[in-house]
Design a binder for this molecule. Structure first.
Ligand SMILES: [Zn+2]
Length: 177
C-alpha cells in the first residue's frame, strides 16, 4: 500500500512540475501565469496543436496554438556575409516571375514550400545563396518555363537581349518535345 502511494505521489509531483515549467501561459484576462490544459487537439496535418486552457486564478477560458517551427540554415551571400534565411524573399521573387496568372498565390505558396523543404533537407546548417537560386531555378525550369525565364532574367542579371535569347535556346533544347 505504501509503495502505491509513493508512486502516486511521484506522479502528482511530476504533473505539477510539468504544469509549472511547460504549461504556463499568461492568462489574457488577469495576467496570471498558470493555466490548466483541459483539451488538446492536433491538426489534421499534424503540424499544429490547439490547447483549450483555463486560468488557475480567475477561471477565464482561452486557447493557445502550438505550431511547428522549422530551423532554416544561415545563408552565405556571394560576398561572404551571412544572413538569416528569409523565405519571403523567394516568395516575392516568384510572385514577380509569375506576374498576373490566375490562382497565383496558392501556386507560389506550394512552390515555396517545396523549395523550403529541399533547402532544409539538403543544407541543414549553412547554405550559399547561389545554391538556393539553383534549387529555385531547377524547380521552375522543369515545370514553369515562362516564369523560369522571368526569374532567371533577374537572378542571372541578364543585360542584353542576347543573354535572354541564349537562355531561351537552352530552355527550348531541354523542354520535352
Ligand atoms: Zn486569469
Amino acid at each position: 500500500m505504501r509503495k502505491i502511494l509513493c508512486k502516486y505521489e511521484i506522479l502528482t509531483l511530476i504533473k505539477d512540475l510539468v504544469y509549472i515549467f511547460y504549461l504556463q501561459m499568461k492568462c489574457p484576462k488577469c495576467g496570471h501565469l498558470y493555466s490548466k490544459v483541459t483539451d488538446t487537439r492536433v491538426s489534421v496535418d499534424m503540424a499544429s496543436i490547439r490547447r483549450r486552457r483555463v486560468c488557475l486564478k480567475c477561471g477565464h477560458r482561452f486557447f493557445t496554438n502550438e505550431i511547428v517551427c522549422v530551423e532554416y540554415p544561415i545563408v552565405i551571400k556571394r560576398d561572404g556575409r551571412e544572413e538569416e534565411f528569409d523565405g519571403e524573399k523567394i516568395k516575392a521573387g516568384l510572385l514577380k516571375a509569375f506576374k498576373k496568372q490566375k490562382g497565383i498565390k496558392e501556386k507560389v505558396n506550394n512552390i515555396v514550400n517545396g523549395i523550403l523543404a529541399e533547402v532544409v533537407s539538403k543544407y541543414p546548417e549553412k547554405v550559399q545563396s547561389e545554391k538556393i537560386g539553383t534549387i529555385v531555378m531547377d524547380l521552375l525550369r522543369a515545370s514553369e518555363p515562362v516564369a523560369y525565364l522571368r526569374f532567371a532574367s533577374v537572378y542571372k542579371n541578364f543585360e542584353t537581349a542576347k543573354d535572354f535569347a541564349l537562355e531561351f535556346e537552352q530552355l527550348s533544347l531541354n523542354l520535352p518535345k
